[in-house]
Design a protein around this ligand. Structure first.
Ligand SMILES: C[S@@+](CC[C@H](N)C(=O)[O-])C[C@H]1O[C@@H](n2cnc3c(N)ncnc32)[C@H](O)[C@@H]1O
Ligand code: SF4
Length: 383
């Protein structure tokens, strides 16, 4: 079914929707981070942002279009710097308005220093059921290189505090490819992760983003060979311990995939609120990408103001595949055609055939081969 016909039948056909809420404050800006972050917190800012977020969600009725949020993600910045009452306020509002699915995954990003048992317990009672902890490394010298403001001991203490709660899903972030990071140190990071029996890991390669302090510096970064070595170490150790790589940067135990992230990569819709947050919304005009105002004060004064762009039909195949192919899944051609019937099919399958010929895409299901996953940019660029 081409896009126009699909959009006409939208009400029976809308994708799932999730909610992203951006809390921009950080104690200190890390020199490698290009997220929308501020280290300035004035009295009343958190209250004002919470009010603006609630207002924004209320006024986004058309975009939400009677759907319940399947997941909620408080990201940042450092949401763990925000007192518990504000999470409760937002979640109470969503529940009161019946905007949230009863089994929704609700995640908060944490930095290790704030992960006290008291804080975790009160977030649990507000309805949070998943915490994403930014460990980065258990090696003091790697943390120093990254300019992080926590120590390895604080990282371990945070994990121990989280482990105390059996009704909580935990994921941690680790980074590889840091200046002077040795294979031994990285192997130790993975082994420490495994020792703690956490069932989800996000493993990011350090990227040097424009507009960061690292971008302006001469850095002694590991070469490609070393990066491959890090990746092979991670693959071997994680696989041997029963973890499955289900996405470029994501590893988990059976049934512990992140519902929120899966929704992004499966081309679901998401409403992003808070300064600079991004949304993807399907409506009768097409598939739209939106971005809220980036500055905290501007967003608070004008939460509904956004830049919107409707994705041109000829770009949808690419926009779809850049997300979908990040996942290592084995979707059959039948279910793919059924679920994503609005793609430009003739063009899609021409590109797909070429991918099979080049050994980048699978014949038996929709997805990359090992080679196609390794060369993901080349694979996506076929579309
Ligand atoms: C934006 S932070 C927000 C959560 C929290 N403040 C933290 O630092 O963990 C989310 C994750 O993105 C990672 N990140 C940010 N910039 C990155 C970069 N340039 N390369 C790799 N990972 C990056 C952080 O290290 C962190 O694990
Ligand atoms: S990596 Fe996390 S703590 Fe560091 S500046 Fe970015 S958002 Fe803040």
């Amino acid at each position: 079914m081409p896009l126009k016909k699909y959009l006409k039948n939208l009400n029976n056909n809308l994708p799932n929707i999730s909610l992203y809420i951006h809390f921009p404050w950080c104690e200190k800006k890390c020199p490698y981070c290009d997220f929308n972050v501020t280290t300035v917190k004035k009295d009343g800012d958190i209250f004002a942002l919470t009010e603006a977020v609630i207002n924004d969600i209320s006024l986004s009725k058309d975009d939400i279009n009677n759907r319940k949020f399947q997941s909620v993600y408080f990201g940042g910045g450092t949401p763990s710097l925000v007192p518990e009452e504000y999470f409760k306020k937002i979640l109470d509002f969503l529940r009161k308005k019946e905007m949230i699915d009863s089994s929704a995954e609700i995640t908060v990003e944490f930095n290790p220093k704030e992960a006290s048992k008291d804080k975790i317990a009160s977030l649990l009672s507000a309805g949070i059921n998943r915490i994403s902890l930014g460990i980065q490394s258990f090696d003091e010298s790697v943390l120093n290189q990254l300019g992080r403001n926590h120590s390895a001991a604080e990282a371990k203490k945070a994990i121990a505090n989280l482990a105390y709660f059996s009704n909580l899903n935990t994921t941690i972030d680790l980074i590889y490819g840091v200046m002077d990071q040795s294979s031994k140190s990285f192997e130790n990071d993975i082994n420490l992760f495994l020792d703690h029996d956490i069932n989800h890991l996000s493993l990011y390669q350090l990227t040097i983003e424009p507009n960061t302090i690292f971008y302006k510096k001469e850095l002694n970064l590991p070469d490609e060979l070393k990066i491959n070595q890090f990746e092979n170490i991670a693959k071997q150790l994680l696989k041997d311990s029963g973890y499955l790589q289900y996405e470029v940067s994501s590893w988990c135990k059976e049934n512990k995939k992140s519902a929120h992230n899966i929704n992004y990569w499966s081309y679901g819709d998401f409403l992003g609120v808070g300064p600079g947050a991004h949304s993807k919304i399907t409506n009768s005009d097409g598939i739209q990408r939106q971005m809220r105002l980036k500055k905290l004060g501007s967003y608070i004064n004008n939460p509904q103001k956004k830049k919107s762009e409707t994705i041109a039909y000829e770009d949808i195949n690419f926009d779809f595949m850049i997300n979908f192919l990040r996942m290592k899944n084995k979707t059959s051609f039948e279910s793919f055609e059924e679920r994503f019937d609005y793609l430009d099919k003739s063009k899609f399958f021409k590109s797909y055939e070429k991918g099979i010929e080049l050994g980048l895409l699978e014949k038996s299901h929709v997805g990359t081969t090992e080679k196609g996953f390794r060369l993901l940019n080349d694979t996506v660029n076929l579309f």
